[in-house]
Design a binder for this molecule. Structure first.
Ligand code: DGY
Length: 330
């Protein structure tokens, strides 16, 4: 039993299979509270471990990795890995894995739900029912925007962007997209960002958060959108300049925004963003379905087990780490 690797799992996992599979080969320490482990606790619990299964709430940086000299693999239960300092992990020979693919459909569903809700003003309608301002049917009350025939602009034509584009096509939308280059068989037409912003009735964001995309949706970008345009973000809050978004909504430079992600998360109830009109925010639930979260957990365990076994994990984010074996690879 002395050879069993030690693993820290930073939150209780959905479903029983992933943890059972992990516990069969490793000594597992699970952080059970709902809230994330505080930084000191994270370091203390991960320090004696060979592997960690982290959530997007855990900041995994150089100082943390230095406190965990035996850590060989960090498996992130998310497709995004902006919570992990990848160069720091790579130069220390720590493998990082993520969970792409399994959450594509659920996240695209949520993006489209936000798009539909914003277009048809569902939050306003629901509030009216509850606060007693629902008057008799009126031909000009709560008028929204049509989906069919509208133009949907996808920024970031990866897996999730494509799945949202497919939903848009199914609803009779014209789909356009912006990315680094043309994507084979993408159900839409490639455009410059400027042309996409100027043409879209709905703009849906699907770029990862990194140095290039941080704050890319700023005042200049919102100024180039149509005044009725609906902005949907299910990617990361950090790609948006939030004060600029709030200003664009206050000043009517865009029509509405529907967000699954913000900065910070959770968004404090007194955050000025929440005073903006025509704004809907949900609490980062893009992948929050039972089946999807169980698949994410299972994939995260696959990545962890492969890394611990000295194999190349299927969803290895930093293959260069294999060239920095240091003392961590056995
Ligand atoms: C991810 O996987 O990156 C999502 O944001 C969490 O579902």
């Amino acid at each position: 039993m002395a050879d069993r690797p030690r693993v820290f799992v930073s939150r209780a996992l959905p479903g029983s299979e992933p943890l059972e599979r992990l516990s069969a080969v490793a000594d597992v320490d699970v952080w059970e509270p709902h809230d994330p482990p505080p930084a000191g606790e994270l370091a203390a619990r991960a320090a004696p471990c060979d592997g960690m299964l982290s959530m997007l709430t855990e900041s995994v940086d150089g100082p943390l990795l230095d406190r965990c000299p035996g850590l060989r693999v960090v498996s992130n239960l998310a497709v995004g890995y902006d919570n992990i300092d990848i160069p720091a992990a790579t130069e220390r020979g720590v493998l990082v894995t993520n969970t792409p693919g399994v959450l594509t459909e659920a996240t695209a569903d949520l993006a489209f739900a936000l798009l539909l809700s914003a277009a048809r003003r569902l939050s306003e309608g629901e509030r009216a029912v509850r606060d007693g301002t629902w008057g008799p049917w009126h031909p000009t009350w709560l008028l929204g925007r049509d989906i069919s025939g509208a133009t949907l602009g996808i920024v970031g034509p990866g897996r999730i962007g494509r799945a949202v584009a497919e939903r848009g096509s199914g609803f009779g939308m014209r789909v356009i997209y912006h990315g680094r280059s043309e994507v084979a068989n993408f159900p839409g037409e490639l455009m410059t960002l400027d042309a996409l912003l100027a043409t879209s009735d709905f703009v849906s964001v699907h770029v990862p958060l990194n140095a290039e995309t941080e704050g890319m949706f700023d005042a200049a970008v919102f100024a180039r959108m149509q005044p009725h345009a609906v902005f949907v973000n299910t990617a990361r809050g950090g790609v948006v300049d939030q004060p600029a978004l709030a200003a664009a909504l206050h000043e009517g430079r865009i029509g509405a925004a529907a967000l699954d992600v913000t900065t910070p998360e959770p968004l404090p109830t007194d955050d000025p963003l929440l005073d903006a009109p025509n704004l809907m925010v949900v609490p980062h639930v893009g992948s929050a379905t039972e089946r999807t979260r169980e698949r994410m957990a299972s994939l995260a365990v696959d990545g962890l087990l492969a890394g611990l076994a000295g194999e190349r994990p299927e969803h290895l984010v930093n293959p260069d780490a294999l060239d920095h074996p240091g003392e961590r690879r056995r």
